[in-house]
Each structure stands twice: as C-alpha cells, then as structure tokens.
Design a protein. Sequence first.
Length: 263
Amino acid sequence: MQRTPPVRGGADGEPECPARQDLTGGILVAGDGGSTNWAGMLRADFVMTIEGLRQYAYAAGARRDVSLQRHYLHQVAQLEALPKPWEGGRRLTEEEYSAAVRVRAWVLHEQRIEDDLRWAKQRRMTAQELELREARLRAWTRYHHAPRGQVLCAALRDDGRIALNSEILTTDAADRLRRRMPQFADLITYYQDNQAAGNGLQGAPVDRTPLPGPARSSPEPTEPAGPDATPSAARPGRPEGALRRPASRHTRWMFWRRRRHSG
C-alpha cells in the first residue's frame, strides 16, 4: 500500500521532524482486508506526544528555566515508562488499542492537573484555592486505575449524562462493563446512581495512583539557574549560597607577587 511521504524540513533546511513523519506504516494493513493498523496508530500518537514535551523542555532550557525543563523531562520519563504493546511487531485489536489510549490519557490528565497546580503555587495561592482548582479540573473527567493496569474513565457530557470508557452509561453498557471490569462493579453502580440523580461525577473517589516512571529525585529550585551551574560544597563557617566578598587590590597584588617569586 502506498505510504504517505514524510513532511520535509522547513525552508531554512532544518532536518525532518520524526514526530511529523508517517510512523504508522500505513493506517490500513495491506493484504488483511483493509484492517486498521491499531499498533501503528498507537505508536504514532505516542511518538508525537513525547516529541511535543521534548520541544517544551528544549524551549525551557533555551530560556535557562532549569526548573521547568526538568519538569517536562520528568513528564517524558513518565510516558516512556508506559507499556509499549506495539513492540515486536505485535498486532493489536481495537479493544487493546482503546485500553492503551486510556492509560496514556490518564497520565496526560494527571500531568495537566499537575501543571495547573504548579502554576497556581508559583502565584502563592492558598491551600483552599488549590483545592478548589483541582476540584474544578476533576469535575468533568475522572480516571480510576486498577492494580492489573486497567483504567476506567468517567466523563461528564454537556447533556448531564455520563460516559464510561466512551460508552454512554445505559443499563446495557453498565452490565457489559461489569463483566469486562468486575473490579469496578461498585464504582459503575455509583455512577449509575449519580446519573439518575443528576449529580454528575460529584462524590466520586479521586484516584491517587502514582504515575509510572521515576520519582522526582530532588525538589525543584525556586529560581532558575544558569546552564553551567553546578552545586558547590558549602565552606565551613559560611552559609551555603552566601555572597563571596571580592578580594581587595592589596590581596590580589600579594597573591601575584607570591606566584612571581615562587616561579
């Protein structure tokens, strides 16, 4: 099957961007009755998401905002820690593709909330204001993570109905989800009752499952440091970060005279 040619670099001769190239190997699988290449689509979306965060990190580094650069690189590490079911040329079903997309959407959703709260903390908002901001961000979408890696996504529609894993919450859809995800049976019933009462996602538990990837090794610096900044050991008797007094002219002259005579 004919493949879409990759997008070339700009007029200034920049190299091709891997995230813009055709990474799916063709949306349809040749010789298979035109079936969709779910693994290729999943890989393409994953690479574009990673590349976007790396571009943000590069821009932050160019501005010498080391704290923000580390933040974006940590988010890249979290996404890269997710399973990659397309590896080894494995074929995926539509259900497997949807499940993998939900897991990635859960990570991106939590990262967006983290970005917003990070912005709010920099503006010295109170703990109550931070709690209200997070509640508003979770009022329309909730993700629930199971120990085996399954994710249940609850989304509140504009018409007041609830969609669970992209299915409108009807009685039949709820029964199918209970059979497919028995660990979420009580939660599905809770959402059914909420929808009947017109309460949306109110009162639903907030999942605090840690995101994949390495933990943050150190707290972020309060002020951006230069690109060549390295931690220095504090001298005895001098507080770390204290300003160093410049040497006087007499001290510099004595140092130069001592070096001259010792040579």
